[in-house]
Design a protein around this ligand. Structure first.
Ligand code: SF4
Length: 194
């Protein structure tokens, strides 16, 4: 079963999916400082301050829940959510100061919303993202049908790479500089000095 993280990785770079999910190469991401700091942030909020309710929201707080879809062959884990009688509002935490709705975040929110809706029967129309690294900035985003359709399209493309086992095309850019597969990937290694 694929995870939401697998699809987010495809959006980061299709070749990344080939190395991790087709060749089964380890990411060794636990050695990267930002990944470790991000994990610490999520763990801290799963264990402490569980009752904290963001301003303007009311309802039951859900923390670290996992959802599955047999139909999509997909699973995903949320950071937090607020469940009211009529809807569920997703809350995600990002260890970053870049406050923007990037494609990777759109796919994460879209797929998590689909999983929540399928499992609970309640709509997910909003998400609150808490960006915190040097600063703490809270942003609210709408989750709409185009976002969910885009997320499903990326899920299907991820499945295509895995089922075809053909290495996909990716151009060199700034992503490669922080990619854990840079040294074994021709696109990354032939364009950098290391
Ligand atoms: S080095 Fe660049 S092209 Fe290669 S997998 Fe990483 S991000 Fe993709």
């Amino acid at each position: 079963m694929l995870t939401v993280t697998d699809v987010v990785e495809y959006v980061f770079c299709p070749k990344f999916t080939y190395y991790s999910s087709v060749l089964g190469l380890k990411q060794y991401e636990e050695k990267r400082g930002t990944v470790k700091a991000g994990r610490r942030l999520h763990k801290k909020h799963e264990k402490t301050n569980i009752a904290y309710m963001p301003q303007l929201f009311s309802g039951k707080k859900l923390v670290g829940c996992k959802y599955y879809s047999q139909k999509l062959n997909l699973s995903g884990k949320i950071d937090e959510a607020i469940e009211s009688q009529n809807e569920i509002i997703l809350i995600e935490r990002k260890y970053s100061d870049y406050v923007e709705l990037k494609d990777t975040l759109k796919v994460q929110l879209g797929l998590l919303s689909i999983l929540i809706e399928e499992n609970t029967g309640k709509p997910v129309r909003k998400a609150q993202i808490i960006f915190s690294k040097q600063n703490r900035i809270v942003k609210n985003f709408q989750i709409d049908e185009p976002m969910k359709q885009y997320a499903l399209e990326m899920l299907n493309k991820t499945k295509e790479v895995i089922s075809s086992s053909i290495i996909p095309f990716s151009e060199f850019d700034n992503r490669c500089l922080n990619c854990c597969f840079r040294k074994i990937c021709p696109t990354g290694s032939l364009n950098t000095d290391e």
